[in-house]
Design a protein around this ligand. Structure first.
Ligand SMILES: [Zn+2]
Length: 362
């Protein structure tokens, strides 16, 4: 069994490609989650804005359209309505009963680890919600561009699900704004987003492994990229970090997009899918395995009682995943949350996965 080195942590940075890979056919009702290009057309939102027809044809990319509209004060009212409509659409998406890649990602990391997402969609927050009925040993999530499922308390600086009240002052959470991908992003305006970026810079500095999943590092993301490059540049351990890029794009394109992170000694690997990543190959122990392999020079992987390697597979359902997690962490970690509040846990899990799938918890 691979031990846990608590000083080692894994940062996973997520872009739109990760949601596309997790929900290739859309949400459970088949509602699509398109990339920025063609966003308004593919979601049908453009139908609600006949006054923008010409502009939407000229600027099919939401990023370009938003940049254009935000430069003219006469569009202020439309921009507000557009934001509300996009928010409504995104907030209505639901992951459905099938286990998805975000669920697998969530259970493959631990409370030492972090996920920072650029995405507005609610799927990662939904995964966290359901998986937290299985274990409390989950990663922390940062929503770098805001998120439709997340609210913020301006008095206490707490965050939570938008539909909840602040745990300290009991006031209803207010929505975190959605940041649009324009050239000049304002990361300072909202305190939650500002704090998330400060935390991200720390994490880029300190994490021993950094995975970018489905993030294309577009040139238009100048502000975000230069902040991340600077944090990486300042990191004393930059030559020892392990970088991993999960992306379906050509390797040569990725090398170009990620050149700001590549130094002479950077360890970087490119894989096409989550299942080929170190996260899936060494669930809950990605950094520990890296530490043992590189620092202690012992070959290391996570194995079961028969010395068979435990990896996350495409065919794994919730029961298979829980069984594997128990083999890695022991029974207690994975019964804890369920036992704390069995009625609520059971209700939430049955609601999503159905009665049969949660039988193993009892
Ligand atoms: Zn509060």
């Amino acid at each position: 069994m691979v031990p846990r080195y608590d000083s080692e942590s894994h940062l996973v940075i997520i872009g739109a490609g990760a949601t596309c890979a997790s929900f290739p056919k859309g949400d459970y009702r088949g509602r699509l989650i398109p990339a920025m290009n063609g966003f308004l057309e593919k979601t049908g939102i453009s139908n609600n804005f006949p006054e923008l027809t010409e502009l939407v044809t000229k600027y099919p990319n939401l990023e370009d359209l938003y940049s254009e509209l935000s430069q003219d004060s006469k569009y202020q009212g439309i921009l507000k309505r557009l934001d509300l409509t996009i928010r409504e659409y995104m907030a209505s998406l639901h992951c459905g009963s099938q286990i998805n890649l975000y669920d697998k990602l969530m259970l493959s990391l631990t409370n030492r680890d972090y996920i920072a997402t650029f995405n507005w969609d609610p799927f990662l927050a939904q995964s966290y919600y359901y998986m937290s009925y299985i274990t409390s040993d989950l990663p922390t999530i940062l929503y770098l561009h805001g998120n439709v499922a997340i609210g913020y308390c301006e008095n206490c600086h707490n965050i939570g699900y938008l539909w909840n009240k602040c745990q300290s002052c009991k006031e209803q959470f207010t929505p975190v704004p959605l940041l649009y991908p324009v050239k000049e992003k304002n990361y300072e305006q909202n305190p939650y987003i500002k704090n998330s970026w400060a935390a991200l810079k720390e994490l880029i500095n300190n994490s021993s492994m950094i995975t970018f999943w489905g993030y294309s590092a577009p040139k238009s993301d100048t502000a975000a990229l230069s902040m991340m490059h600077e944090a990486f540049d300042n990191s004393a351990s930059k030559n020892f970090k392990q970088f991993e890029i999960i992306n379906i794009a050509e390797e040569s394109l990725l090398e170009e997009a990620y050149k700001g992170f590549i130094y002479k000694l950077t360890h970087i690997s490119y894989v096409k899918s989550f299942y080929q990543s170190e996260i899936a190959k060494n669930p809950r122990r990605s950094c520990d395995c890296l530490f043992e392999n590189t620092m202690l020079c012992i070959p290391s992987s996570v194995v079961d009682e028969n010395e068979n390697r435990i990896t996350i597979q495409e065919k794994d359902d919730l029961l298979a995943l829980i069984k594997k997690m128990k083999q890695i962490e022991g029974e207690d970690v994975f019964r804890y949350c369920y036992n704390q509040n069995p009625i609520e846990s059971k209700e939430a899990l049955v609601n999503r996965f159905g009665r049969n799938l949660i039988g193993i918890m009892e």
